[in-house]
Design a protein around this ligand. Structure first.
Ligand code: SF4
Ligand code: SF4
Length: 187
């Protein structure tokens, strides 16, 4: 997601940027899956809004990044300014990328001291302690998290996309900030 749009949060333009990304990514995984199927690869895409598997731990195992306190993925490339969507394939066609998620444990430690998203959230939706929410919905690989979706959703709707927690996150500041924080936390 574009930084200048997210920096407008909680303006509707920031919400528009979130929805634009959901829309483009949803179409992208459909297009890629159609292409794979034409090549004879059996596959199933899931929309970035949610699906069969909890995406953030999946991304962690793929070595892309890790969950921040607000429940969203943090990556070296985009900080918190991205959305993710998986395509499940029946047979391996790429080299397997299962990484040890503990490589990102420094992100959890950083969040414990930061708490900016918790302090700035207008819906009091980010809690100090982690918990598993929505456990009535079958999802594989669900992680305990600090974000209470029941409290987030009304505010997210009221501001037509909110995104304040993404905007205030230090990892959203721009290119190179992830590496600066990582170096500080791991040296
Ligand atoms: S999107 Fe808004 S309401 Fe939801 S957790 Fe982030 S800051 Fe809070
Ligand atoms: S604002 Fe701070 S506590 Fe929240 S996700 Fe970002 S780094 Fe973690």
């Amino acid at each position: 997601m574009q930084k200048n749009r997210i920096d407008d949060a909680p303006h509707a333009l920031a919400g528009y940027e979130t929805m634009r990304t959901y829309n483009h990514l949803g179409k992208a995984v459909l297009d890629i899956s159609s292409w794979l199927r034409k090549k004879g690869v059996r596959c199933q895409p899931n929309h970035p809004l949610g699906g069969l598997v909890s995406y953030v731990p999946l991304a962690g195992k793929a070595g892309l990044g890790w969950q921040g306190m607000n429940g969203l993925l943090i990556t070296p490339e985009f900080g918190q300014r991205q959305r993710i969507a998986p395509i499940y394939i029946e047979h391996p066609i790429f080299s397997f990328t299962d990484k040890d998620p503990t490589q990102f444990s420094w992100i959890e430690r950083y969040c414990e001291n930061c708490k900016r998203c918790l302090d700035e959230c207008p819906g009091d939706a980010i809690q100090e302690t982690k918990k598993i929410y929505n456990d009535h919905i079958e999802t594989i690989g669900r992680l305990a998290r600090c974000l209470d979706p029941i409290k987030c959703h009304p505010v997210f709707s009221r501001f037509e996309g909110c995104s304040i927690c993404v905007k205030v996150c230090p990892f959203s500041r721009g290119n190179g900030i992830y590496q600066i924080i990582e170096k500080k936390m791991t040296s």
